[in-house]
Design a protein around this ligand. Sequence first.
Ligand code: BG6
Length: 508
Amino acid sequence: MEKPVNLILVIFGATGDLNSRKLVPSLFSLMNQDLLPERFVLLGVGRGEMTSGDFRDKMAEAIRKYTEDREQDMSHILDFVKNVEYHRLDYNKVSDYVDLGHKLTKVRNESGIGGNIIFYMATPPNMYETICTDLSEAGLTDQAEGFRRIIIEKPFGYDLESAKRLNTVLHRLMDEDQIFRIDHYLGKETVQNLMVTRFANGIFEPLWNRNYVHRIEITSAESMGVEDRGGYYDSAGALRDMVQNHLLQMVGLTAMEPPSSLDPDAIRNEVLKVFQSLQPIREEDVEKNVIRGQYIASKIRGECVMGYRQEKGVDLNSRTETFVAMKFFINNWRWGGVPFYVRSGKRLPTRVTEVVIHFKQTPHHLFQRVVGKLAGNQLIIRIQPDEGILLKFDMKEPGAGFIVKNVNMDFHYKDLADVRVPSAYERLLYDVMIGDSTLFSRDDEVETAWKFIDPIQKAWKNNPDIKIYGYPAGTWGPEPTNELIEGEGLTWRYPCKNMADEELYCEL
Ligand code: BG6
């Protein structure tokens, strides 16, 4: 793989959780694979007073604590932190950005790195505009001496209007190809594999349309609560936090037309077309098509689990949703009339993300009388954990008559013993370094996704009568979620860790 050119990576919000949990362990892993630039400096920027030495110790600790891949060679931690520095900055003080410029010149001179700099916004989202503007005013986004790129964490905006405003501000300061809007789901191997499954195999694509697909279901469930992010989450909620970005991107890759090439814009154009074809959910239809819930205290395996409103940083009367399930359609030639069901929530029974393609039944049920209801065919693309693909189909049970049984054809990434699945951030950080924007959201994609989400947010805001259901932590969300799926005997798929074991349904 190509080694990136020498550069400095400046991370704003460097003392925060994202940097410790995800960014630094991913950079360390890139170093272990010899995929960091020959000369590389990580300059952490934060509001707190801290020496570079203390910051290095903190980052070394973070690598030890949060490196998930136990095969990583931990003896290289000291080599990694040698290239780590810290700089204090008050985000609202323009003169501090001039000082940052001086610091960067010093780092460049000492390290022999040319003028290439990447700025990563890992701060609270309300700081993005200020930081980018002040960086530009201090001349730090000027590309005369090397490239300047900006990575913006999600959420990109709060609604359509704020996303547009942020895009306008960014475009005033730099070109679209300098802006990398991160959606870490796009960095997941299995999300990218959605495209490979569809477009590298001749057998799926002919069936991938309204003639053969009955419905599509996308679930992203988390067993954890909001942890220590209550403050942020309470102003976001599941719709903004997960659906507007991660889930809609998965919808895009599942539903898009084949791109003409692997060129970043060829792929993003196709995803954009899907977003443009989303049938708007009108404010008056929100109650019927979108179910929201909030977890309440319960016992999970004998242990008491607090409710959302008791979490740190959360308003005692909060009406923020920790669960969303919705039904919508994509108005285009391929998907006309096929319902898409999407749900995401915290404190559900397990952590699992999957895309389920439910195929239509055969036109004539030859065997139905023998076995009752046939389970039919499903293709389940498991995004995480236990990444893989499962195809369910009916087979004759050996013996007299025609007893039909639904069986599994199951592929697990982990069976490819010599293949390591890189973390999403590892992949995305590397891509920014080499300037590949394929897996980043473009301005128009983000805005079009918000356009679809906005009426839902408005309906919830304007109509307090729309219910927010409580669901006990550890269950699959509020009961009315099931009513979204229309059709006799049809329900959501209730996935469990062991996909092969269909008996392991989680009870509500
Ligand atoms: C983040 C959300 O973008 O994605 C979090 O802000 C969520 O609330 C996380 O927990 C889920 O990511 P993953 O990779 O664990 O599925």
